[in-house]
Design a protein around this ligand. Structure first.
Ligand code: PMP
Length: 400
């Protein structure tokens, strides 16, 4: 699907299966950023000349593009950040630090990415919140029953990835969100691995906070989004202070902040990157998130079927409903498998994938991860499977 849109696919002889780490960029995104640099470079929210006004318009209206993409109530709820990690840190230290008290419980799972665990651990050190983990089932997934049994009267926040980055299980955020809203629990969704692949509905799913990254959805690196329900965003404190976010400040002390969401974007923001993100979202919307999801599931099933034919391969997540597949080759480290596949120009990820607690459930330290996107093909999967079948002893071939 739409391979011709991606310069990397025509410029380089690669099979790119590392889309959970970052995706390739279509020409329209590269062009949007180049146009800003070539034709209307200017800072935003400062100038009254033509190029500055155009940059202002495109930057500010990107909030409406995001609103329509993830279906939140208002463009005011959209804060630009540098990525999911920044978004989660902003929420934890700008909102949760003031909202939570010692002894309050935050519910996570051990399959979360480091970015959705470490800020909470730090907050626990700072103010004494308690972190609890929802037990994973035999497929390393969070079931609604396990979610419910982990709730206590002290649960104040639930923070979960919509799709996890190693197992790729899709959490039922709609029912979890509904429960949280009815029980006065705040719900944060880490959408880094879902927003690029699935249609998401912020209002319908009762989400309070949503984080995601531009670079995992055909957009540039260095830009991400934190969406926060308006009444909560009004209560959030900025973490960074400086130009662009204040109305005024005084020699005797004190300051007045600008309105939401600009007050959370101190300093010169990543303008070219926001414009690239705008182009990426419009591009994805044109293809249709439902089409992307259906095609990825088709590819994933094909991959599971073909990879199951390789005797030495163990697949950890045959049934997860996303384009992420984790496996190991018997007796070979995941690093060696990925180095071996590199000889065939096949790009996969190996290691613990920033989910370092998952190994406690998975009982392996690292896995090889194939993560698909809509520009992958069954022919590419055949090439991967053939390479793995050919290899009788990976250790003998990889010499580093
Ligand atoms: N959460 C999940 C589920 C992720 O997969 C990632 C990136 N691998 C992140 C958070 C962090 O994203 P970023 O590095 O873009 O901040």
């Amino acid at each position: 699907m739409r391979r011709e849109d991606f310069p990397m696919l025509s410029n380089k002889n690669i099979i790119y299966f590392d889309n959970a780490a970052t995706t390739l960029k279509p020409r329209c995104v590269i062009d949007a950023m180049n146009d800003y640099y070539n034709y209307y470079t200017a800072n935003i929210h400062r100038g009254l000349y033509e190029s500055s006004i155009l940059a202002d318009y495109l930057y500010d209206s990107t909030r409406f593009v995001v609103r329509d993409f993830i279906h939140c109530s208002s463009a005011k709820e959209v804060v630009f950040t540098s990525g999911t990690t920044h978004s989660i840190n902003l929420m934890v230290f700008g909102f949760m630090k003031n909202y939570l008290e010692a002894g309050d419980e935050v519910l996570l799972s051990k399959a979360e990415h480091a970015s959705n665990i470490l800020p909470w651990i730090r907050l626990a050190e700072e103010i004494g919140i308690v972190i609890r983990f929802i037990p994973l089932d035999e497929n390393y997934a969070v079931t609604y029953e396990n979610f419910l049994s982990s709730i206590t009267p002290k649960t104040k926040v639930v923070s979960l990835a919509h799709v996890t980055n190693v197992i790729g299980d899709v959490r039922n955020i709609c029912v979890i969100g509904n429960y949280c809203r009815n029980h006065n629990i705040l719900f944060h969704v880490d959408g880094a691995q879902s927003v690029p692949h699935l249609s998401i509905d912020f209002i319908h799913d009762n989400i309070d906070f949503l984080s995601f990254s531009g670079h995992k959805m055909c957009g540039p690196t260095g830009v991400g989004v934190l969406v926060v329900r308006e009444n909560l965003l009004k209560k959030m404190a900025p973490v960074f202070y400086g130009g662009g976010m204040n109305e005024s400040f005084y020699s005797e002390g004190g300051y007045q902040l600008k309105d939401i969401p600009v007050r959370f974007e101190a300093g010169t923001p990543p303008i070219a990157e926001v414009l690239g993100l705008r182009s990426a979202i419009l591009y994805l919307m044109k293809i249709g998130l439902d089409n992307i999801h259906i095609y990825e599931i088709y590819l994933k099933r094909y991959l599971v079927e073909k990879l199951s034919e390789v005797p030495s391969v163990t697949i950890y997540n045959k049934d997860s409903n996303s384009g992420i597949l984790a496996f190991n080759v018997e007796g070979v480290s995941s690093m060696d498998v990925s180095k071996y596949l590199n000889m065939y120009h096949i790009c996969v990820r190996s290691g613990s994938h920033c989910s370092k607690m998952l190994k406690e459930d998975l009982n392996v330290l690292s896995t090889v991860r194939v993560s698909l996107y809509f520009y992958n093909t069954t022919e590419e999967i055949d090439a991967l499977v053939l390479a793995l079948k050919k290899c009788q002893n990976i250790f003998k071939i990889v010499e580093y």
